[in-house]
Design a protein around this ligand. Structure first.
Ligand SMILES: CCCCCCCCCC(=O)SCCNC(=O)CCNC(=O)[C@H](O)C(C)(C)COP(=O)(O)OP(=O)(O)OC[C@H]1O[C@@H](n2cnc3c(N)ncnc32)[C@H](O)[C@@H]1OP(=O)(O)O
Length: 201
């Protein structure tokens, strides 16, 4: 089993910052719940955001592909990207049979119903799990359709196994399946149709 696009192994400054923002996000949610008033902290965070925005690349450069294309898609993905503060982040491994595999716990910021993972988040994660498996099979492409079946609730702060595998191909079409499992029980199944397309990964 190989880790997919795991980077150098030593977190760079962006990865360290992204991780700090993740901790900050969780802490902001918790402090809200406990009713902690934090005007001083809020101000400091806002100042930092202003500082970073002033030196960051303009978002338009990302849209036009001027920046970001040299980095692996998984490094900046909203699911697996260690450089993306929105990401959990998941570390995908490639199994010998070509399927993708990751283990994670979803923290509070991914909550839908109380104590449970948001269904849209499950879909997001499974889309990438299938894309990783497709890519390993030389079938990189874009998602055309996804059908999600929520069989059981997926709890927060509990180990979740994420799997993706490609099922069959026909011309440019690839059918794939992804699952979330908790304690050996499948909680979500996703069937996806992907259309092969050149991607700037
Ligand atoms: C390691 C890698 C990690 C990567 C992680 C990132 C993963 C990210 C995954 C995504 O989130 S992708 C973003 C969400 N998806 C999109 O934005 C796709 C938007 N849609 C399109 O770009 C086009 O509609 C699409 C490329 C899917 C199809 O357009 P094309 O003009 O290239 O194809 P065409 O319309 O000729 O259709 C080709 C075949 O696919 C079929 N098809 C296309 N869209 C379909 C659809 N939605 N449902 C069912 N079939 C569909 C179409 O009927 C046809 O079948 P036949 O060959 O049998 O005639």
């Amino acid at each position: 089993m190989n880790e997919v696009d795991s980077g150098s192994g030593t977190p760079d400054a962006v990865e360290v910052a992204a991780d700090a923002v993740r901790r900050l996000t969780a802490a902001i949610l918790e402090s809200r719940v406990r009713g902690v008033a934090t005007p001083d902290v809020s101000e400091k965070i806002s100042v930092l955001a202003d500082r970073l925005e002033a030196v960051a690349a303009h978002p338009r450069e990302c849209v036009t592909g001027k920046i970001g294309t040299h980095e692996g898609a998984l490094q900046r993905s909203p699911v697996s990207g260690p450089k993306n503060p929105v990401a959990i982040p998941l570390r995908f491994e490639q199994c010998d049979d070509g399927s993708s595999l990751a283990h994670t716990e979803f923290p509070r910021q991914y909550q839908g119903p109380p104590g449970l993972v948001h269904g849209g988040v499950s879909g997001l994660v499974l889309d990438v799990a299938m894309a990783v498996a497709n890519s390993a099979a030389g079938r990189a492409g874009v998602t055309a359709e996804m059908t999600l079946r929520y069989l059981r609730p997926t709890p927060l702060y509990t180990e979740v196994t994420v799997r993706g595998r490609h099922v069959r191909v026909e011309g440019r079409k690839t059918w794939s399946q992804g699952t979330l499992e908790v304690d050996g029980e499948t909680t979500v199944v996703c069937d996806g149709l992907f259309i092969t397309k050149e991607l700037a990964l």
